[in-house]
Ligand binder design. Structure first.
Ligand SMILES: Cc1cc2nc3c(=O)[nH]c(=O)nc-3n(C[C@H](O)[C@H](O)[C@H](O)COP(=O)(O)O)c2cc1C
Length: 442
């Protein structure tokens, strides 16, 4: 039975528990946001590294741990070392998936599996013919992406079934919930974007049609996993690209999702072309079509709060906002303003897996902000350089720094805070090449 609770009650403390519509109790208001681990081997199975990593985060007093994106199709990964769950091999992977759930939840955190399909954002080294709603190709300098093949009706039904199957396996292996990844330009968000989805059938055109695949997946997942399992969806407040998914669209879609029987919506924003999810307002791969965040939200600690406030007015399930939260005061203000009921935190937990525990215990009032200090060189090579290329290299290097820390924790080691971003960039590129080879050889 779905529990009806008034979620828009004002509250101010991040250590207060929360009961979700499915009845699941979350011990506090903080969620570790999904961060792709990229530590699976060539077969895309979960392994000991996931266990080591989530043992650390599991000891960090975090309400919900969201996994990095777990893929529903080995041919449509976001990166070569992603975990993927498929019907013909899942049995072999099951014991390790159970260990993963056990390691993450043994100290009371909830573990939700983020489920995804990369669609046209599948790297060319994995697949030069990825699937997407239409054939709109992604172009990013220095990266290879194939021209996507528009999905047939059969492909769409297959993808829906794959999401449902992965949700079922998540439940059977001891996870507490799933999250559908429909943000940042991945397949489900490609369906939402009028810029990428040019279909004229039941899966394109009107907003209802563009959201149809989500509603089908939600309906079938709920029927498969039952009423006491958390279902969440991560969506963009906007793509921040002219002609893309707009803030007005996001309010209407959030209402559709809220009425579909899910437990939570997480608000983020941006895509590979407009990486606003990381607060990078100046970096754009497609500057001519870039759209800025509103001034009112740029002034705030978390990037998407003013968008979330508008969404909060139309939905009646708990909202999560992710991106930029770094202070206890900032988090509690967002909860008190009614912008969200859960705060998502990503990068600080790559620098200190126990940062939330320390924040809740009053030992610190601010989370680590390494993204503000990482630079590949002196001022003229720093992220504030006027040159777009330098800005982009800094952004890639900073991202590599976080990937490398995740890999370190996967070996049971604490993050190396002295790691230089340029070194991280090179190490990450090498790791990616090796992982691609392992994937291709498997
Ligand atoms: C290393 C890294 C990996 C990420 N992988 C994912 C992912 O798999 N799925 C996802 O929805 N978001 C992913 N993100 C975005 C984060 O979930 C989050 O939205 C973003 O980091 C902003 O939050 P923060 O400012 O607290 O870091 C990733 C971010 C980083 C830094």
């Amino acid at each position: 039975m779905h529990v009806k609770i008034n979620f828009r009650e004002k509250m101010t403390k991040i250590n207060e528990p929360l009961t979700l519509p499915c009845g699941q109790l979350i011990k506090n208001r903080v969620c570790k946001a999904a961060m792709t681990e990229r530590i699976a081997l060539g077969n895309n199975f979960t392994n000991e590294k996931h266990i080591e990593l989530y043992k650390m985060w599991g000891a960090g007093d975090i309400g919900i741990l969201l996994t990095g994106n777990v893929q529903v199709h080995r041919d449509n990964l976001e990166g070569p070392a992603n975990v993927a769950i498929e019907e013909d091999t899942y049995k072999e992977q099951m014991p390790m998936l159970k260990n993963w759930a056990e390691a993450a939840t043994s100290e009371g955190s909830r573990l939700w599996m983020q489920i995804s399909h990369a669609g046209r954002q599948t790297p060319g080294e994995i697949n030069m013919n990825p699937m997407s709603p239409s054939d709109v190709q992604l172009k990013i300098p220095g990266r290879k992406y194939g021209k996507p093949i528009p999905m047939t009706e059969e492909d769409i039904q297959d993808v829906i079934n794959r999401f449902v199957f992965t949700a079922k396996i998540a439940r059977e292996s001891g996870f507490d919930g799933i999250q559908l990844h429909s943000a940042h330009g991945y397949l489900l968000s490609q369906f939402l974007s009028p810029d990428i989805n040019h279909r004229t059938d039941a899966w394109g055109g009107s907003l209802e049609n563009r959201a149809r695949i989500h509603l089908e997946i939600i309906k079938k997942c709920r029927a498969e996993v039952g009423n006491d399992f958390a279902i969440s969806i991560k969506m963009n407040s906007a793509d921040f690209q002219k002609g893309g998914f707009s803030p007005e669209d996001s309010i209407q879609v959030a209402k559709l999702f809220s009425d579909s029987g899910i437990d939570n919506i997480e608000i983020s924003g941006g895509t590979y072309e407009q990486p606003r999810l990381l607060g990078l307002d100046k970096v754009s791969i497609n500057p001519k079509r870039s759209e800025n965040r509103r001034e009112s939200t740029i002034a705030r600690e978390a990037y998407f709060l003013s968008y979330a406030e508008e969404i909060a007015r139309v939905v009646n399930i708990p909202l999560m906002v992710t991106g930029g939260f770094r202070t206890k005061a900032g988090m509690e203000a967002a909860l008190a303003d009614g912008a969200c009921e859960i705060v998502g935190v990503g990068r600080p937990l790559c620098a200190n897996p126990y940062a939330i525990k320390e924040l809740l215990a009053g030992q610190i009032n601010e989370l680590p902000k390494y993204e503000k200090t990482l630079s590949i060189g002196p001022w003229w090579l720093s992220p504030t350089s006027p040159f777009r290329l330098i800005q982009a290299i800094n952004a890639f290097s900073a991202q590599a720094w976080f990937y490398q820390q995740i890999k370190k924790m996967g070996k049971g080691l604490m993050p190396d805070l002295n790691l230089k971003p340029w070194k991280a960039f090179r190490e990450d590129a090498k790791a990616d090449q090796e992982a691609t080879k392992e994937y291709q050889n498997f």
